[in-house]
Write a protein that binds this ligand. Structure first.
Ligand SMILES: Cc1cc2nc3c(=O)[nH]c(=O)nc-3n(C[C@H](O)[C@H](O)[C@H](O)COP(=O)(O)O)c2cc1C
Length: 227
């Protein structure tokens, strides 16, 4: 009996000392995660919302936001619109040349930097700390980037597309990033949020702020906040 109790205690303690990612589960997104921790996002709403015509008519670039934060439900919906998987074959909400999917989405918010994982509809914390100030400086001091509760950064791994399309790869990655940006903008309109496509930034500085490899091409920064 005592032996059984000791074994249960050992199993419990070793499990409790694991990070959420090691447990194969997720953290709650409370902000106390470590780099490497994975947060499962709430399931996206895939059939509700305003009509596509209402979203197209209402979309406008919004550059100033109220103080309040973006919820995990809203972030989930934005990321699903950007790169969510919508087919058993792995196809996504946005088109991709040769279905190679070179676009990666990063989220910069007060708690750190997160990377979207479409396959599990989750975000992995890749960096601790608030990089929004650095992002604001890399975006030529545009206040929308400084003031938004979060920014989505659309980045392209050009070499993924180059394997098949050679010198047209950069063009394709930029087109794909544009498709993703419009998906995000229309979803923001659906959620009653404001965003803007920021294209004026220093590529090298964005890479440095997010600790990205040299061959990653930053396509756009999209600060998102409540109108
Ligand atoms: C490729 C691209 C780059 C842009 N870069 C910026 C930018 O750096 N800063 C900004 O405030 N707006 C930027 N915009 C937003 C445009 O200024 C905006 O779309 C335009 O004024 C039309 O207004 P609307 O989006 O409200 O229809 C950019 C838009 C695109 C498509």
């Amino acid at each position: 009996m005592i032996m059984k109790f000791i074994i249960i205690l050992i199993v419990f303690l070793s499990y409790a000392s694991c990070s959420p990612a090691e447990k194969g589960g997720s953290s709650s997104g409370s902000g106390s995660e470590d780099a490497g921790d994975v947060i499962d996002l709430p399931s996206p709403d895939t059939d509700g919302g305003i009509t596509i015509n209402e979203a197209l008519s209402g979309r406008r670039s919004v550059r100033s936001y109220s103080e309040s934060d973006i919820t995990m439900e809203e972030l989930s919906q934005l990321l699903w619109s950007a790169q969510g998987i919508t087919s058993p074959h792995g196809f996504r909400t946005a088109p991709s040349a040769g279905a190679l999917y070179p676009v990666e989405i990063y989220v910069a918010r007060e708690e750190g930097v997160f990377h979207y994982i479409p396959q599990s509809h989750s975000i992995e914390k890749v960096m601790r700390g608030d990089v929004r100030g650095g992002l604001y400086r890399s975006a030529l001091y545009q206040s929308s980037v400084r003031d938004a509760p979060l920014s989505l950064i659309i980045v392209g791994d050009v070499k993924r597309t180059r394997v098949k399309y050679g010198e047209r790869a950069e063009r394709y990655v930029l087109i794909e990033g544009g498709c993703v940006a419009q998906n995000i903008a229309l979803q923001a309109e659906n959620l009653g949020l404001g965003t803007v496509v920021i294209g004026a930034f220093n590529d090298g500085e964005v890479r440095a702020v997010l600790n990205l490899p040299d061959d990653y091409l930053p396509v756009a920064i999209m600060p998102v906040g409540r109108k």
